[in-house]
Design a protein around this ligand. Sequence first.
Ligand code: ZN
Ligand code: FE
Ligand code: FE
Ligand code: ZN
Length: 268
Amino acid sequence: MLVDYHIHTKMCGHAQGEMEEYVQAALHKGFTEIGFSDHLPMYFRPLEERDPTITMKEEELPLYIERVKGLRRDYPQISIKLGIEADYVPGKEQILKEFLDQYSFDYVLGSIHFLDGWGFDDTRFLEVYQRWDMEELYQCYFKVLQGAAKSGLFDILAHPDLIKKFNYRPDKSLTELYEKTARIIKAGDLCIELNTAGLRYPAAEIYPAAEFLEICQNYKIPISLGSDAHRPVEVGADFDYGLKLIKEIGYREMAIFDRRQRKLAPLP
Ligand code: ZN
Ligand code: FE
Ligand code: FE
Ligand code: ZN
């Protein structure tokens, strides 16, 4: 089984290519199961403050779901899951829960792209890094990640150390922060995502860092696989490298989902 659970669509306003092209790319690369996981509308902001280059509009969500279901009918030779990538924003848990409860997703990726409203993974707002002490920034990011793990809203924590995307890093060791976070992820019974997109950005490293992965493996936290494809050619990008890495760390299985029920399957 070869699986990619983190695939976007151009509905989000910053990805390219037709959904069919993502499916065809997956078939071409030998995938047996994929999941679309486009960005959930920005439920945590008032309508007039939502950015159309970050997510689809709220009224487009049923269309996204219909399209995934349509592709399932058109491509019976590959399993196509209905996922979603939802932002975690402290204090907005109830709104998110009500939103997610309306639909029957196969899995929900929990992501942190905003800290106190700052889109830290967005090249338009890079100057804000200058105002932060890196140790404090990482503490702050991981605190929110821990909140996501405790919220009970998510199945998978996507790109768990996205804060390193532009390669701003603290000098101090992150081991303690990784340990504490892993314990909370385990207690919340979540998966972490091996996300190859970090290799395509200045961090030039998979999400999460190998040290964090090792700690997660020690805690027997399941892992799911995602490319975070925003273009059809990125489906399964760098999976050879990612699979080799997690096997070296000791992973033998990956998490797969159906209607938010998790199962483990052997790694390819
Ligand atoms: Zn995106
Ligand atoms: Fe993301
Ligand atoms: Fe994504
Ligand atoms: Zn993502």
